[in-house]
Write a protein that binds this ligand. Structure first.
Ligand code: B12
Ligand code: SF4
Length: 419
């Protein structure tokens, strides 16, 4: 830790946050190393970028690395390690061990999703490490320090601003950890334009349930004014879609409208949402529905089945929209794709994975005529997801795609969400 004496009112801030520290006392500042473990991720470590901005505004010296980094010419006072999916715990543990050994006198703090969902597990492996559970409310107010991404090869050319305009959710779906970690919905950023980097080309919103925001209209108007491409990445709640919301959404530059259709009792709401969006001028093939499968609640004995899943896929095909199957992962899953609901056979789960790869496009099922016919004519799940053994991937995709326009909404998409 270094001690700096300031005898006047000085700015020690990040130019985006505009925060001033005004003091005539001794100000201590630290050198902090921010570590993103080396797990698979399509997105840079947003939480760490906000924390980095926050600490920069306090005068601390910050640097960012991904995974165990050998070429480091620093002697940090603190190492901040983030975490993501619980099933991606191994790279987090590896990072803790590596930096504990490399900087034995540094204080190590671990936060993020895995640490928040399973703090006791982290603590039992590493009793000396600080475990931070939940959000860091002060850091939440800061523009992420996107500039430090330049120092990490993987993120050098990152050009999108990511934000949560709200946190929390109005619902309490049994398969989701958001209400437990973030609580009820609240506005996190009322003026989204202040959180969009001037050089960025796209805005990605990670709101859990954007349409439930009391500021949904203002936020959409503000987003529209940026003229940038907008992605409500976590999906919009079809049950909350109405005529007015659909009109506003249609005003945005949004290649894909993502929503969720998880359970059969959502059918009427899903149909209404599609109608509203179509009336607002959005083509049905631009609308994508995430569909949960393999969910099972041992307490109630309730879960989806191959048959209920097929009905949902048929409904979506019939509506002329895209479906994106999403396999349920238990909240404390330590290994992806290990959980098998007692209402599903392992081969049926594999059949969905194979179909997404072979006859799907970017993991989704677009409303190509061949696919729609295949799903709608099927009497059983096995018939719908059966693949002709002799057809190669290229042949099947070609016959499905023939004469059909590739849809922007599924091109190269492999993102999935739980909402
Ligand atoms: C964006 C997102 C995705 C993205 C990927 C994200 C990425 N980075 O690559 C996409 C859309 C691809 C995705 C996919 C999936 N997702 Co997802 N996703 C999310 C979401 C919305 C945000 C995750 C994120 O990146 N957060 C970045 C974090 C860490 O930043 P932050 O929250 O702003 O950080 C704050 C705090 O955590 C803290 N903090 C963070 N780090 C640190 C470090 C220190 C030292 C300190 C002090 C504090 C601190 O301070 C920050 C500021 O407040 C969460 C829901 C949510 N609201 O969190 C679900 C969530 C993580 N997803 C979930 C799931 C289930 C999935 C899927 C498995 C769905 C499926 N069935 O296919 C897939 C898995 C994909 C895969 N790769 O295998 C679950 C995970 C549960 C679990 N067991 O881990 C979540 C929690 C949602 C849910 N339903 O419960 N997802
Ligand atoms: S799945 Fe979506 S709607 Fe349901 S509780 Fe989670 S964030 Fe809310």
């Amino acid at each position: 830790m270094r001690i700096l004496s300031i005898s006047f009112c000085g700015s020690v801030s990040d130019h985006f946050s505009g925060t001033f520290i005004c003091t005539s006392e001794y100000l201590s500042f630290m050198e902090i190393l921010f570590v993103e473990p080396q797990y698979y991720s399509k997105y840079p470590p947003l939480g760490l970028l906000k924390l980095a901005s926050y600490h920069r505004s306090r005068g601390d010296k910050i640097s960012l690395v991904r995974g165990p980094e050998q070429n480091l010419n620093i002697d940090p006072d603190m190492v901040y390690i983030t975490s993501l999916f619980t099933f991606a715990w191994a790279p987090v543990h590896k990072a803790i061990e590596y930096y504990q050994k490399k900087f034995p006198s540094a204080k190590i703090s671990v936060g993020g999703l895995y640490a928040s969902i399973m703090p006791d597990r982290v603590k039992s492996h590493y009793p000396l490490v600080d475990v931070h559970v939940g959000l860091h409310e002060s850091a939440e107010q800061y523009m992420p320090a996107y500039d430090i991404l330049d120092t990490v090869e993987k993120w050098k050319n990152w050009d999108s601003s990511i934000l949560f305009s709200t946190r929390g959710c109005i619902r309490n779906c049994p398969f989701c950890v958001v209400p437990k970690l973030e609580g009820k919905i609240r506005v996190a950023i009322p003026e989204v334009q202040n959180f969009i980097h001037p050089n960025h080309k796209q805005v990605i919103l990670w709101d859990n349930n954007f349409l439930a925001s009391p500021l949904w209209k203002k936020t959409i108007v503000d987003l529209k004014e940026t003229g940038l491409k907008i992605d409500f990445n976590q999906g919009l709640d079809a049950r909350l879609m109405d005529e007015e919301k659909a009109q506003h959404i249609a005003d945005l530059n949004m290649p894909t409208i993502r929503m969720a259709y998880d359970f059969k009792d959502e059918k009427a709401a899903v149909e209404r949402a599609v109608e509203h969006l179509e009336e607002a001028g959005i083509r049905r093939r631009k609308i994508l529905f995430y569909t949960l499968f393999n969910f099972y609640n041992p307490d109630s004995g309730y879960g989806d089945t191959p048959e209920s899943f097929l009905e949902i896929i048929q409904d979506i095909a019939d509506l002329g929209c895209v479906s994106y199957p999403m396999r349920y992962e238990p909240i404390t899953s330590l290994k992806k794709n290990q959980f098998i609901s007692p209402l599903w056979a392992p081969g049926q789960l594999e059949a969905i994975a194979d179909a997404r790869r072979v006859i799907g496009f970017g993991g989704a099922f677009p409303p190509y005529q061949g696919l729609v016919d295949k799903f709608l004519s099927a009497k059983t799940f096995d018939e719908a997801f059966e693949l002709r053994p002799k057809q190669s991937k290229d042949n099947v995709s070609k016959s499905m795609n023939e004469g059909l326009e590739q849809d922007a909404c599924t091109r190269g998409e492999s993102t999935v969400s739980s909402c």
